[in-house]
Design a protein around this ligand. Structure first.
Ligand code: NDP
Length: 523
C-alpha cells in the first residue's frame, strides 16, 4: 500500500552508501548557494560513536535523576546564549523565516529542556504498588535507563525534532546518537558544539553525519532503542531492521491532518488557522493542515477569506527582508507539489490561488489553495509536505468524520467550532494521535503533550512525561512485607490436602456469592 502513505520523492534517491570517502554536500534552499561539504561517517565510525556513548552512559546512569536533570539545565542555558546563532543557521540551512526558526524550533527546545529537567525526577520516581491479592507482598515499578538511544531525524525541523529526544533520553539516564538528515546536518552539529561547551560528558551525545546508509549502520551498531522520524516508507524499513534485532523503536511518521470547519465556527479564526497551519514552514510539517472539510453553509465564505489572506503572504529568501513563506528544503518536493496540483485539476479541482513553482535558483512553490476537491485526488489522500491546501465541501458532521478518517494516516486532526459539546464529540470520533480544537500546530510545542500517531503515522510517543518512561526499561521489584513462611502453600509438594485448601480459596474468591461477586471486585 503506497497510496496514502507519507511517501514522497526522498525514497527515489535510495539510501546512499557510507563507503569511505563519501561526502554530504548541502545547499541553501533559498538561494542554491553551497553550504557544507562533510565526510560521511563510515559504519565503523558509527559503531565507535555508539561504543563511546555506551561507556559514557554507564557513568551517567548511576547519577541520581535529580543530578542529571540539574546538569541538563546547563545545556538549556548554553543554548539560550546562542539563540541568534541557531536561528541564523536554521534560516540559512532550511530557508525558513527567522520567526519560524525561533518560534517553531529554538523556543520550544529551550522550554522542553527546562520542563523535562523539572519533571524527570517525579516522572521517573519508583512507583510503589499495593497488591490486591498477595497482601503479604509489595511491589515497586522502576524506570531503568535503557542504554544508547539512536535518533534518526528528517529535514523539516532539524533542531527541535532530534534535540527534544536527546534531552529526554539524557534525562532518562541514557546516551544518545543522532543521525540528522543529509540535507540539514549543520544546525545539529552546532547544537552538539554548544553541548560540548557545557562540560556535560561529550561522548554521551554523539552525531553521525551521513545518508540513509548511515542510518542503517546506526540501527545495526548495538543500540538499545531507535526514535525514528521520517516518511512511512523509510519507517517500515527502520522498524523492520529494529525488529530483526529486537530493538524497541518509536516511529514518528507521516501526517495528513484534516481540518473540520463546522457550520458555527469563528470564520475569521478558522481562515487564519488554515493559512498558518497550511503554509507555515512552507507546509513541510507532519502537523500541517493537509485537507479542509468545510460545512457547505460556510464553504464559500471561508474559501474567499482564505484567498484574501493568502494574497497578503510574502514569499522569498528570508535573508532579504521580512517574508512569511520561505523555501522548500528538498528539491524533489517541488515536483511532488506539481503532481498533486496537476492530478487535482485533471479530476475537477479549481486552483483558487498559486499552483506553480517560482523560477530558481531558490526552491519556492506558491502558496496554493485548491477548491472543490474530493477523495479521488492524490492531494486529499497522500501527504503533500508542501504549501498546498485542498478544500472539500461537506454536508454534515458525520460526512466530515467519515472523510477525515478515510486515511491510512492518523497524526494530528483539527476541529473548528464554537460548540464545546460538538468539539468533544468530534475529538472522540476522529482517528488521530492528537486532536486540537480551534487551534493548529500548538500541541507539538506543548511540553506536557505526548505526541505521536496511530495507524501508519507510527507508534510510541515523544514529549510529555510519557516520553521519559518510553525511553526506559520497566523493572518490577517485588518485596515481602511480612515474614514469609518457609514453605509457600502453592509450592511443592502438591497434595490432595493442599489442592482442597486452594480449591476452597478459589470458591471463596470467585465462586457464587463470593466476596468478589458481592463487591464487584476484590479491590
Ligand atoms: P525520510 O524518511 O526520507 O528520512 C528520515 C531520516 O531517515 C533521514 O535522516 C534519512 O537519511 C534516514 N534514512 C533514510 N533511509 C534510511 C534507512 N534505510 N535506514 C535508516 N535511516 C534512513 O524522511 P524525510 O527526511 O524526507 O522527512 C519527511 C518525512 O518525515 C515526512 O513524511 C514527514 O511527515 C515525516 N515527519 C514526521 C514527523 C512526526 O513527528 N510524525 C515530524 C516531521 C516529519 P537521509 O536524509 O540522509 O536520507
Amino acid at each position: 500500500m503506497t497510496e496514502q502513505t507519507g511517501e514522497h520523492g526522498r525514497e527515489a534517491n535510495g539510501p546512499g552508501s557510507n563507503a569511505p570517502g563519501e561526502r554530504v554536500v548541502t545547499f541553501a534552499p533559498a538561494t542554491g548557494a553551497p553550504l557544507a561539504d562533510l565526510a560521511v561517517a563510515s559504519a565503523d565510525e558509527v559503531r565507535r560513536v555508539v561504543a563511546r556513548a555506551r561507556r559514557a552512559q554507564q557513568a551517567w546512569a548511576v547519577l541520581p535523576v535529580e543530578e542529571r536533570a540539574h546538569r541538563l539545565l546547563r545545556l538549556r542555558d548554553a543554548l539560550a546564549e546562542h539563540i541568534d546563532d541557531l536561528v541564523d543557521t536554521l534560516s540559512l540551512e532550511c530557508g525558513k523565516p527567522r520567526q519560524e526558526a525561533l518560534v517553531h524550533e529554538v523556543m520550544p527546545l529551550l522550554d522542553f529542556t527546562g520542563w523535562i529537567a523539572e519533571r524527570a525526577p517525579r516522572a521517573l520516581a519508583p512507583e510503589g504498588t499495593t497488591l490486591h491479592l498477595m497482601k503479604h507482598r509489595t511491589g515497586e515499578v522502576r524506570h531503568v535507563p535503557r542504554g544508547v538511544i539512536a535518533v534518526i531525524s528528517p529535514w523539516n525541523f532539524p533542531l527541535l525534532i532530534p534535540m527534544a529526544t536527546v534531552v529526554e533520553a539524557l534525562a532518562a539516564g541514557s546516551a544518545c546518537v543522532v543521525k540528522p538528515s543529509e540535507l540539514t546536518p549543520l544546525v545539529l552539529l552546532q547544537a552538539k558544539a554548544i553541548y560540548d561547551s557545557t562540560g556535560l560528558p561529550e561522548d554521551l551525545f554523539g552525531v553521525v553525519v551521513g545518508t540513509g546508509a548511515t542510518g542503517q549502520a546506526l540501527v545495526d551498531a548495538g543500540i538499545d532503542h531507535c526514535v525514528f522520524t521520517g516518511a512511512v516508507a523509510t519507517g517500515r524499513k527502520v522498524a523492520a531492521a529494529c525488529g530483526a534485532r529486537l530493538v524497541p523503536c518509536t516511529m514518528e511518521l507521516g501526517g495528513k491532518a484534516p481540518l473540520v470547519a463546522c457550520e458555527d465556527c469563528d470564520l475569521e479564526r478558522t481562515a487564519r488557522a488554515i493559512v498558518f497551519g497550511g503554509f507555515a514552514n512552507s507546509g513541510q510539517a507532519c502537523v500541517a493542515v493537509e485537507r479542509v472539510y468545510a460545512h457547505q453553509a460556510i464553504y464559500a465564505h471561508l474559501l474567499a477569506r482564505v484567498r484574501e489572506l493568502v494574497a497578503e503572504l510574502r514569499q522569498g529568501d528570508p535573508a532579504r527582508g521580512d517574508v512569511d513563506l520561505g523555501a522548500i528544503i528538498f528539491s524533489e518536493q517541488l515536483a511532488v507539489a506539481e503532481r498533486h496540483v496537476d492530478d487535482a485539476v485533471k479530476k475537477g479541482a479549481r486552483v483558487v490561488c498559486g499552483g506553480k513553482r517560482l523560477p530558481g535558483p531558490g526552491l519556492f512553490f506558491e502558496p496554493t489553495v485548491l477548491a472543490d476537491c474530493d477523495h479521488s485526488m492524490t492531494v486529499m489522500r497522500t501527504e503533500i509536505f508542501g504549501p498546498i491546501v485542498p478544500f472539500m465541501r461537506v454536508q454534515s458532521e458525520d460526512e466530515a468524520v467519515a472523510l477525515a478518517n478515510d486515511s491510512t494516516l492518523g497524526l494530528n486532526a483539527y476541529v473548528f467550532t464554537k460548540n464545546r459539546a460538538a468539539a468533544r464529540r468530534l475529538a472522540e470520533r476522529l482517528e488521530a494521535g492528537s486532536v486540537v480544537v480551534n487551534d493548529v500546530w500548538s500541541n507539538y510545542a506543548t511540553a506536557e503533550a505526548p505526541f505521536g500517531g496511530i495507524k501508519q503515522s507510527g507508534f510510541g510517543r515523544v514529549h510529555g512525561e510519557q516520553s521519559l518512561r518510553d525511553l526506559c526499561d520497566t523493572k518490577y521489584v517485588s518485596f515481602d512485607r511480612l515474614h514469609p513462611l518457609s514453605r509457600d502453600p502453592v509450592w511443592f509438594p502438591y497434595t490432595a490436602r493442599s489442592y482442597a485448601w486452594l480449591r476452597r480459596g478459589a470458591g471463596l474468591l470467585f465462586g457464587h456469592g463470593s466476596l468478589a461477586k458481592r463487591v464487584g471486585s476484590l479491590f
